[in-house]
Ligand binder design. Structure first.
Ligand code: IMP
Ligand code: MG
Length: 185
């Protein structure tokens, strides 16, 4: 295990079970919709989860990417969502979107994106997250729940499986709690 990881929260076997379960839920929910299904990966943190998940979905899916920033560096949210890479397609009224996120913290990024993609004209927008920290939800987003959730976790800063601290640790194959010694320096 990496020396800066206090403990593993979701191991590789659990990740495999989670992605299998969610892929089956998506297969079940999007049969014969008459629309295209688009998995929209939110860069960079969701890229590992997205890769695992898309392989296990048996329905035809398209993929796309957006990049947003709500965090500066470090572990505290700036509270503002900026679109750094946008979604450009003209057929959104014919598209069912599933936004794929690594983790929901305050909920600001996802709730902003849902609204944004609906305004852009998507036929439907649902949300899928590998991890959820409901204890951290913004005051006015208390009732915000994603449609597909890998695992609910306590209020701890985690890295690995795509998630970073200052661009480090994304390639770890598990989700682990980062030692506070790393970011309180
Ligand atoms: P939200 O808008 O506050 O829900 O923030 C969501 C984003 O914050 C995620 O996509 C991550 O990039 C980042 N984030 C939140 N919590 C963590 C964490 O524990 N580790 C790494 N990144 C996190
Ligand atoms: Mg992210």
């Amino acid at each position: 295990m990496n020396a800066n990881i206090l403990k593993i929260l979701v191991n590789e076997e659990e990740i495999d079970r989670i992605t299998t379960r969610i892929a089956a839920e998506i297969d079940r929910d999007y049969q014969n919709t008459g629309h295209k299904l688009l998995l929209l990966c939110i860069l960079k943190g969701s890229v590992v989860f997205m890769g695992d998940l898309m392989k296990k979905i048996t329905l035809p899916v398209e993929i796309d990417f957006m990049k947003v920033s709500s965090y500066g560096s470090g572990t505290a949210s700036s509270g503002q969502v900026n679109i750094l890479l946008d979604l450009h397609r003209k057929d959104l009224p014919d598209v069912d979107i599933i936004v794929v996120e690594d983790i929901i913290d305050s909920g600001r990024t996802l709730s902003y994106l849902i609204e944004y993609l609906r305004l852009k004209g998507a036929h439907s927008v649902k949300t899928c997250t590998m991890l959820d920290k409901p204890d951290r939800r913004d005051e006015n987003l208390r009732d915000f729940y994603p449609d597909y959730v890998g695992q609910v976790i306590p209020d701890e800063f985690v890295v690995g499986y795509g998630l970073d601290y200052d661009e480090q640790y994304r390639a770890l194959p598990y989700v682990g709690v980062l030692s506070p010694a790393v970011y309180s320096k």
